[in-house]
Design a protein around this ligand. Sequence first.
Ligand SMILES: [Zn+2]
Length: 367
Amino acid sequence: MTTEIRSALAARLPKLVQPAVTFLTGEPTNSEVPLFRHNSASRIASASFTLILGVSLSVGWTWGGAAFLAVVPIGLLLTTGAMRTLYVGIAHHASHGTVLDTPRANAILGDVISMLLVTLAHDRYQVEHARDHHSPRKLSTQDDPDLRFLIDVCGFDPSRSRAWNWTQLARILTSPRWYATYFLARIRGSITSPTRAVAVTFIQATVFAGLTAATKQPLAWFVGWFIPLVVGFAASAVLQFLSEHRWLAGKPVTIARFLGDAPPNHAVGWVKWLGRAVTVHLAARVAVLVSDLSQHDLHHVMVRSDWANPSFARRDYLLAHPGRLHDAYGSLADHIDATFVAWEILARQATATTPLPQPILSNQSSS
Ligand SMILES: [Zn+2]
């Protein structure tokens, strides 16, 4: 069932722009028909094309001169988004066995992506994600590997205030040491055998040699590949993980994270609405809430849902099962803030009922 905000946007904006609104928000209307139905092949092709486009835009200054520096930020956003799409979209669903036809084909696909992007090897991903994260017993608890990432790797503390956790987010996003720590963890997760060490080194050396040969500039590799691979990937990961679930905050554990604002009532308001849509929300859609991350709630209800067409799959599920799913509209910052606010409320409640000074999670951690 279409939300009030999406229904209002459908009523107030021309029909021609509705597919763009659906892409941006992550929610179609009840009667909307997709312009194009994706499948696994088209999703892999689209992510690969976006990756090549993003890298090309990021290194265009080596061919076209200083004027092309203006498109470097766009290139970095596209490359980061494509890398994250390949990982949290395609390799993720390959770990559930829903991208290609056989377990072996899914494993090969997952491993190629993990070696290209220096991410968790397919077999480990299956254990940590498909087994542990999806376990109803562990999901959104201190045993959930995704929450452990936020606490152990990123340093967030659910027993602290909203302001403290926002400061922590700013701290890690500006910390070279944090990016290095996270990337080293990725290297350890990807290089799980001598064979993989050779393969990962070969693939990364090939990317370096290819980009350097094509641009005659080793710096092009640093800007076009290394920065999105290490910095963009990490920033995107933490920005999405923070609102992936309602960590520790009870049910519903997962809600859809739609991007966008309610339609305004006056012309000036539309200028602001459009400005936020094509900057704040579009950047979040392209680089952070990629693939089916906005509709992650459907994935946890139905692991084998149509992940290649997630907004329509979620809409159709909800039409068949009214009231089963929940959602929130806002910016990426609003979705993150909801987590920090929920933690602050939980911490206050814990202090009021059980006067323990220790953090809610770290004092229960088993690791
Ligand atoms: Zn999953």
